[in-house]
Design a binder for this molecule. Structure first.
Ligand code: PPS
Length: 348
């Protein structure tokens, strides 16, 4: 079926063969192709349409917390903070969950759509598949492993999503809390480019300049960037959404932890927050290792440049952008933030 109406009200449209051929020149492709979700044009592996309605309709609990981001904007960092604050505030090492990789403890509810990639399907998601068979006996993988694990998880849950607000339930912000992390688009671009090269699901072969232009035109999976960020930005005064940035976290992590503590109503002590800051520092997280299965990565790029934990700094774009790309990005940014009140710090 070429077109489908989702419960969120969006219409789906499969990319034509011509569009797919263009997209797959530098990118590893998905068996079922790609789908565009209108009107904003979100681009996902076409298999996403199998899960989106179920995710839209998932039963939300009042103590659920969602970590929502556009990719490469600080998800993993905030996810580990939220998991610690909510599930293990004293960082008890004997906690059973802490032994699991982060992406199993706190699932990306839409991760199954990446399974459609032949390079990943084989063993890139073993830990999720293992948990699925353990906690969802008799259930079908094809109905979405992540969503079914999440449905079975004990409260309070920390759920990760890269889907934007408007693809999730219309009452999401009435029913539970969302922490949204944005990152300046120049550093997002460098980090996204690295990841789409190192992840077998991307195996991207083109240059940074080419990639950046494709992202700006919304031609890379998970794009477009602006509606994702702006939908959350417009909700910044909603008491159930906390909007923050990667740059604010880098500038003052204790200040951010206090704000998140208040937002969640956790009443953790300064001592507990300090320990969480240390537990979730870049060096601690990198030392503990990848939050996902290593089979996800192309080994030699991973060895040289890292995987999920690459540099963890602000302003790295300055080491990668040509003056021309910088100019194009500046234009793209100013066109899109105009009249929104949203400003980014571009790092030093
Ligand atoms: S993902 O795959 O979309 O969930 O990736 P995401 O976690 O959003 O983004 C990865 C970038 O975040 C950096 N990172 C951190 N920075 C500082 N402190 C901590 N603890 C931390 N954890 C992850 C990670 O290094 C990626 O940024 P770059 O610029 O590529 O280093």
């Amino acid at each position: 079926m070429n077109k489908q109406r989702l419960l969120s009200g969006h219409e789906t449209e499969l990319l034509t063969n011509e569009e797919l051929q263009k997209a797959s020149k530098d990118l590893v492709m998905y068996k079922s192709g790609l789908v565009r979700i209108l009107p904003d044009g979100w681009l996902y592996p076409a298999i996403a349409t199998r899960y989106l309605d179920r995710i839209y309709n998932m039963e939300l609990r009042s103590d659920d917390v969602l970590i929502m981001t556009f990719p490469k904007c600080g998800t993993t960092w905030m996810q580990e903070i939220l998991w610690a604050m909510i599930r293990n505030p004293d960082l008890d090492p004997s906690n059973e969950e802490i032994k699991e990789p982060l992406w199993v403890r706190s699932l990306d509810v839409g991760i199954d759509m990446l399974f459609d990639n032949y390079k990943l399907a084989k063993n890139g998601m073993n830990s999720i598949a293992e948990k699925f068979s353990r906690v969802c006996p008799g259930k079908k993988k094809e109905d979405g492993m992540a969503i079914q694990i999440v449905e079975n998880q004990p409260s309070p849950r920390v759920i990760k999503t890269h889907f934007p607000l408007d693809l999730l339930h219309k009452d999401l912000l009435k029913k539970c809390k969302v922490v949204y992390v944005a990152r300046n688009p120049k550093d997002m671009m460098v980090s996204f480019y690295h990841y789409i090269r190192v992840a077998k699901g991307g195996s991207y072969q083109g240059s940074l300049e080419k990639f950046a232009r494709e992202v700006m035109r919304g031609e890379i999976p998970y794009c477009p960037y602006w509606p994702h960020v702006l939908q959350a930005w417009r909700q910044r005064d909603n008491p159930n959404l906390y909007f923050t940035t990667y740059e604010d976290m880098k500038d003052d992590i204790m200040g951010e932890l206090r704000k998140v503590n208040k937002f969640l109503g956790k009443n953790l002590t300064e001592e507990q927050l300090k320990k969480i800051a240390e537990f979730t520092s870049f060096s601690s997280m990198k030392t503990r290792g990848e939050p996902i299965d290593k089979a996800f990565y192309i080994e030699d790029i991973w060895q040289k440049e890292g995987g999920m934990f690459r540099k963890g700094i602000k302003g790295d774009w300055k080491n990668h952008f040509s003056p021309k790309l910088n100019q194009e990005m500046d234009q793209w940014i100013s066109d899109n933030v105009k009249d929104t009140g949203l400003n980014f710090k571009f790092g030093n």
